[in-house]
Design a protein around this ligand. Sequence first.
Ligand SMILES: *Cc1c(COP(=O)(O)O)cnc(C)c1O
Length: 399
Amino acid sequence: MSAPSRADCAARDGSDPFADKRSLFALPDGVIYLDGNSLGALPEAVPARLDTVARSQWGRDLITGWSKGWMELPVRLGARIAPLIGARDDEVLAADSTSVNLYKLAAAALDARPGRRKILTQRDNFPTDLYMLEAVAKERGAELSRVPEGEFLDALDDSVALVVLTHVHYKTAAIWDMAAVCAAARAADALSLWDLAHSAGAVPLDLDGAGADLAVGCGYKFLNGGPGAPAFLHVARRLQDTLSTPLAGWMGHAEPLSFAADYTPAPGIARFACGTPPILGLSALDAALDAFDGVDTDALYAKAQALGDLFIGLTEGLPGLSLISPRDAERRGSQVAFAHPQAGAIMARLIARGVIGDHRPPDVLRFGLAPLYNRFADIFDAAAILAEEVRATETALSD
Ligand SMILES: *Cc1c(COP(=O)(O)O)cnc(C)c1O
């Protein structure tokens, strides 16, 4: 099969069911943005919403805004995120950062399994996950066990309170089989906690179908909520009233505005809130989520897989460049990553030429694929520029 031409790619863009979604985003001219898995692009709806919330709500309603919808935003946004992750509306809350949510849920899970003192995670998990879990374990006299992927299921014995995995790996994009891990965790009577940072808004998820217990995820990656956007947390309905958050703030109280001296947790997902919700950030995320209205996540993922296959096919055999993402699209999330000894220098050159991906030390080049706004022709152009830069590096080395 011959390599697709740029015209072939443009033709695919012409028949792309998501083609009209691109105009919902403000993308600078001359830039091919392949970093939507790190910071999603700006949705056009966001600046207008921020202006309205600031001027009409904050400016005019002042403190009465709290009784005109602000207070409900974390739960209402949770219900908007829920269908994207295969959860029920009342199982998700928009709140805090992913790191803080990891802490809250991991601590709650350990406290719910008092006879067990082990957290099991993947050896190469994302740094904040490892740091937070290490801190939770230390605080509670428990142990964090970092296990290589291939040994994971065997390590799941009756000492394990909690299994924590990042569903799509932040470097390689490798995907865990959520249903299989959840089944194994359930059989061992351990709880499961999933980090969906690189999954939500990118790959189809079925938390309820898989029997996942807990999850956290980012608002600023594929969900496009803006820099430092509020994150989300998921707690399966069956567990909500049995788990206790270690950060018992007043916003998780049954009656926050009663100013009671004693803490009584709210029923349901609301108990996992902590402090006053960030209304500007939540409003931006709310407007950003409009881009997902009517989006079928299976179709979205099918496009991401096709973009990834195209990128991989076009860069095959470049000297010194090796694919570290799964070649099989079914096992790959919404990004493509390569190793190259000169990864840092190559990415700096790509960014200077308008192709924005990122470098993950020491040697990883990572390209996020955001099917709401990345086009097949963009991938063709980015692959051509990557090929030029990789070959230029090779020439420089052999001089
Ligand atoms: C991006 C990312 C995070 C980010 O956590 P913050 O608290 O938002 O900084 C956490 N986990 C994973 C796997 C990530 O990729």
